[in-house]
Design a protein around this ligand. Structure first.
Ligand SMILES: C[S@@+](CC[C@H](N)C(=O)[O-])C[C@H]1O[C@@H](n2cnc3c(N)ncnc32)[C@H](O)[C@@H]1O
Length: 222
């Protein structure tokens, strides 16, 4: 899907992925010490806003202008001290310019790209990590096609934890965890979990289970 497809998708629905942060983001980052974070493909900003409310200074980047307008509107309703910590940036995750070693956290949630583009994004994300920084990648696992529910149905944009590790090989990051995780879906927006569903298709009935790939890595401290 290109940026126009995403604009159309966002224009057709309010809060496509819901307002609540993704559950894996919460599980992995709730205890983290706030610093500077980059949320790549931030969408309407649910995860970035949750991070900012926890004290992080967050830049949320997305190539959908419609998604970012919505993120700006949500930001306007936040307490000033939270809103001031959020910066929304229109850009392509494949080509964005980030300060080298500028972020204590880079988050990539449900950015489903063909393999070559995914590798480009992941390696740029790794370069943006400060010493001691965390890279958290969450997305629809390839096995979701046959064992799960919701998400894109095109295998070319699905990945596995092993794919992510292979994409990042040689960059010196330490793997904290790389696993498949199961997410019960039902009732909420998007794919109706605190969610996800990226490129559509599949549907998500209450009480069914989606399979996600979750990889958490760290750059060594200086
Ligand atoms: C499934 S949504 C996930 C949004 C958000 N991460 C979340 O979890 O709520 C995928 C997002 O990726 C964005 N996206 C897709 N390809 C992109 C690219 N090359 N550069 C920037 N954003 C992109 C879309 O506009 C969309 O907002």
């Amino acid at each position: 899907m290109d940026s126009r497809d995403w604009d159309d998708r966002y224009a057709a629905n309010e809060l496509v992925w819901g307002a609540a942060p993704n559950r894996w983001v919460v599980r992995e980052l709730a205890d983290g010490t706030p610093g500077h974070a980059l949320d790549l493909a931030a969408g309407e900003g649910r995860n970035a806003i949750w991070l900012a409310a926890r004290g992080w200074e967050v830049t949320g980047l997305d190539f959908s202008a419609v998604a970012l307008e919505r993120a700006e509107r949500l930001t306007a309703d936040l307490p000033d001290e939270v809103a001031e910590r959020l910066t929304w940036r229109h850009g392509d995750a494949r080509t964005f310019e980030a300060p080298a070693a500028g972020y204590d956290l880079v988050l990539i949630a449900y950015l489903q790209l063909p393999a070559a583009d995914r590798r480009t994004v992941l390696r740029r994300a790794a370069e943006a990590l400060a010493p001691g920084g965390t890279l958290l990648v969450v997305g629809h696992d390839l096995s979701n096609l046959t064992e799960g529910v919701g998400g894109p149905q095109d295998p070319a944009v699905l990945f596995t934890p092993e794919d992510v590790l292979a994409d990042l090989a040689g960059l010196g990051l330490r793997t904290v965890r790389a696993e498949r995780v199961h997410r019960t879906v039902g009732g909420e927006p998007g794919h109706k979990d605190g969610g996800t569903g990226a490129g559509g298709g599949g549907g998500g009935g209450a009480g069914r289970v989606a399979v996600d790939a979750l990889v958490r890595l760290e750059r060594a401290a200086a």
